[in-house]
Design a protein around this ligand. Structure first.
Ligand SMILES: *Cc1c(COP(=O)(O)O)cnc(C)c1O
Length: 386
């Protein structure tokens, strides 16, 4: 069977062949434990990890000691939010976040609520962007942390993180940013954007799964963090567990490649995305979800009127692999689209296009014409959706 065209690059990306090549020696020859200080195997692995740490740190304007390797952005978000909540417990128990954040931010926050913390979940405007004046009024004396993502994983919108960072720093409040979808796609600089904690992951940028990092600011201010994994004391005690050398090396290679081609790639992909949108917007009853300008060039997210979401995916699945607005396995309408004010039916009949490094113009033409056909057919059938 012919494999469908892959347009689910916000879910994960293939490992770039150059990344895989960089990783391979660390599985078989240079396999030592970076913590083994007594022999060459350990030294080699440790040197590779520290080189990777430098590359990743410098890509965001940080120092190597400020990088804590984790299993991905989920763990980084958990470490940032729960780690700060625990460490600043005496100072305050109020956290501010946004309704459209990833589950890996919302769920640690919900967990903290069960422990007595107070969380403010800010709404967004119809275009998916945070209204800064709402944020400003939400900040209190006992607010210890603000967590806002850089780029949304469903609708690709870019939150004004530099302004959010400035607002937080004026008031001595820590700013955490989930940049899983943003790294190597938009410029991130923890200094100019006043970010205190930044979550990263490799597998959305053509690196391997199972590796990510948390940036933790060391000065102006120094961020205290209560570790969430206790054990061998790796990562200066902030995250115990044997470092996964091949994944770390691959992560750094992915960051390096991503940054080197970022500007050029973004121009190419934006053209492809805009052409796709030009095709699609002629379809009757289509709605664009999220702001078109303040948005990742890789992303398009649309809803269709009077279409059954399940039938739509079924009609497309042999041609194209992408996600719908009915989040994950639950079949519940997307919390992100709901926060934009979309009706449950529009949420269900939505498609997220995630373009990537290997997406081509002919692929998108195929997808656009297949989609138009499917929609025309489905609109002729009286759907269950009112
Ligand atoms: C993918 C993603 C995560 C989770 O990252 P993992 O590395 O898979 O744990 C968190 N936040 C956002 C915005 C994401 O897109």
């Amino acid at each position: 069977m012919k494999r469908p065209i892959y347009l689910d690059n916000h879910a994960t990306t293939p490992v770039d062949p150059q990344v895989l090549e960089a990783m391979l020696p660390y599985f078989t020859e240079q396999f030592g434990n970076p913590a083994s200080a007594g022999h060459m195997y350990g030294w080699e692995a440790s040197a590779a990890v520290e080189r990777a740490r430098e590359i990743i740190a410098s890509s965001i304007g940080a120092e190597p000691e400020e990088i804590v390797f984790t299993s991905g952005a989920t763990e980084a978000n958990n470490l940032a939010i729960k780690g700060v909540a625990e460490a600043y417990f005496e100072k305050g128990r109020h956290i501010v976040t946004v309704q459209t954040e990833h589950r890996a931010v919302l769920d640690p926050c919900a967990y903290l609520e069960t422990l007595g913390f107070e969380i403010t979940y800010l709404p967004v405007q119809a275009n998916g962007l945070l209204d800064l004046s709402l944020l400003e009024t939400a900040l209190r004396k006992d607010t210890v942390l603000v967590s806002v993502m850089a780029a949304n994983n469903e609708i690709g919108v870019l939150q004004p993180i530099a302004q959010i960072g400035a607002l937080c720093h004026e008031r001595g409040i820590l700013f955490h940013c989930d940049a899983a979808q943003a790294i190597a796609k938009i410029a991130i600089n923890v200094q100019t954007q006043n970010i205190d904690l930044l979550s990263l992951t490799a597998h959305k940028i053509y690196g391997p799964k199972g590796i990510g990092a948390l940036y933790v600011r060391r000065k102006n201010p120094r961020v205290n963090l209560a570790p969430q994994l206790h054990g061998g004391g790796q990562e200066r005690g902030r995250r115990s567990g044997t470092l996964y050398t091949p994944q770390i090396v691959g992560f750094a290679k992915a960051v390096e490649l991503g940054l080197a081609q970022m500007t050029e790639e973004n121009t190419r992909i934006r053209k492809l995305r805009d052409r796709l949108w030009a095709h699609l917007k002629t379809i009757e009853g289509i709605h664009l979800n999220g702001d078109l300008e303040q948005r990742l060039p890789q992303n398009l997210n649309v809803s269709f009127e009077k279409i059954d979401g399940a039938a739509l995916l079924l009609g497309l699945r042999n041609t194209v692999a992408l996600s719908t607005g009915s989040a994950c396995s639950s079949g519940k309408p997307s919390h992100v689209l709901t926060a934009l004010g979309r009706s449950p039916d529009l949420c269900r009949a939505s498609l997220r296009f995630g373009l990537g490094r290997f997406t081509t113009a002919p692929e998108l033409d195929t997808v656009a014409s297949s989609l138009s056909q499917t929609i025309t057919t489905l609109q002729k059938i009286p759907s269950k959706a009112p």
